[in-house]
Design a protein around this ligand. Sequence first.
Ligand code: 1GP
Length: 234
Amino acid sequence: MKLYKYLKKQKQNQRKMWAILLDPDKVDLQRFNELLKRIRQAKPDFLLVGGSLVSKQKLSKLVTKLKKHCELPVLLFPGSPLQITSRADAILLLSLISGRNADYLIGKHVEAAPLLSRSGLEIIPTGYLLIENGHTTSVEYISNTKPIPRNKTDIALATALAGEMLGLKMLYLEAGSGAKKPVPIKIIATISRHSRLPIIVGGGIKTKAQMLKAWAAGADVVVVGTAFENGTFS
Ligand code: 1GP
């Protein structure tokens, strides 16, 4: 079954999911077996691969190894159009709809489109909303966009709804990698009440308790990157 269909079905059945985000820049391929063991122990539903500055070569190597040795679906979570490899199962084609930088709304997508159309990847058009977390994150700096203020739930909701009306298939509520504070529960709950799209929440999730709270508020998928990387997710 295609990944998006699967995600929709899981949402209908209210089966909550989580994903580990692997940044190829921070993965030591010499210790790949150790990583594999940790992934198997953690039992996520799927893997996201990507980062702000990753080179294509590193990305391809990691995805190839994961597809060879691990049964989990691999979704690309690209920081740039260079981060595309047909060895993955699918790609979150992110449009940074919380920002007003045309490059991240459509420009990078135009650059990537010819390659994507030949890639055979399942493409999941995703509205990407960056929510303020108290300090500047890599996404904010690199994309040169302002995040939505934490207390502006109405703006976050209107942005999510606009994305849905434009035909995007999924929403990713992002506090930013290593965020001090994750996306506010109120924002997750409000968007989930009004939107039918599957919702991914990530950034600054360090504990299972935080993951449970995000799920309870309406997140369908919670992403854990830094805490898994550091071996501190508990
Ligand atoms: C970042 O949402 C992801 O894009 C994960 O964030 O590294 O803080 O878990 P963390």
